[in-house]
Ligand binder design. Structure first.
Ligand code: FAD
Length: 180
């Protein structure tokens, strides 16, 4: 099944992202975000690593640094792109999303893309946001090198805060940051 819904956990909204979201008239309160105030790292043996504190971000970078849930951000962006409600439109007509269409060829001379199945679409501007393994990049620029694994792995998971709150020694995890 193909759908346009997001899954996953948190996503960082650094000051530049916040600036762009505001320009798009995205209501940050809708995102239910919290201020990113730093990270605490632990080594495998349980000892604490160097804390990274993010002081005075708005003063230094002009906007705050927030964290929100991916699903909320995705839903807000979809609303901005597709909404026909008065007061929520961006510039021009609402966007139309065609799901399950694979682009198999790009032609920068004719300004066309070819979809799986042979349909050719033309546009004045084509933006290929097709990810780290971009087919467009290879088709238009040739094999200019592939992403190489960094050999660093990161794991993450979500924990229900009602469980964390049963452990007073973990109060610091849930206390603190405020939203926009
Ligand atoms: C676990 C994890 C956590 C992350 N956390 C953060 C974070 O907190 N903050 C942050 O800023 N970034 C984060 N990132 C990185 C972020 O997700 C990526 O940088 C971002 O998704 C890249 O966006 P993109 O649009 O370039 O590509 P993608 O998100 O990969 O999107 C590419 C899209 O193109 C489609 N596509 C590909 N080929 C074709 C084709 N031939 N035809 C049609 N469609 C095609 C794909 O289906 C996909 O939907 C995280 C990444 C991971 C894996």
């Amino acid at each position: 099944m193909v759908n346009a819904d997001e899954i996953g956990a948190g996503i960082g909204l650094p000051p530049n992202a916040v600036r762009i979201l505001k320009q798009l008239a995205c209501d940050l309160k809708e995102l239910d975000c919290v201020a990113y105030e730093g990270v605490v790292t632990f080594f495998l043996n349980g000892t604490e690593g160097l804390p990274q504190t993010l002081d005075k971000i708005p003063e230094r970078f002009g906007e705050a640094w927030f964290l929100c849930h991916r699903v909320d951000l995705h839903a807000a962006l979809k609303r901005l792109a597709f909404s026909k409600e008065p007061g929520t439109e961006g510039h021009g007509p609402p966007a139309i999303l065609h799901l399950g269409k694979k682009v198999v060829d790009y032609n920068s001379t004719s300004g066309t893309i070819t979809l799986d199945g042979g349909i050719i679409q033309r546009a004045d501007l084509i933006i290929a946001a097709d990810g780290i393994h971009s087919a467009c990049r290879t088709i238009l620029l040739g094999d200019i090198g592939r992403p190489t694994p960094s050999a660093i792995a990161a794991y993450r998971w979500m924990v229900d805060t009602t469980i964390i709150k049963q452990h007073p020694e973990l109060d610091w995890v849930t206390a603190g940051p405020s939203g926009p």
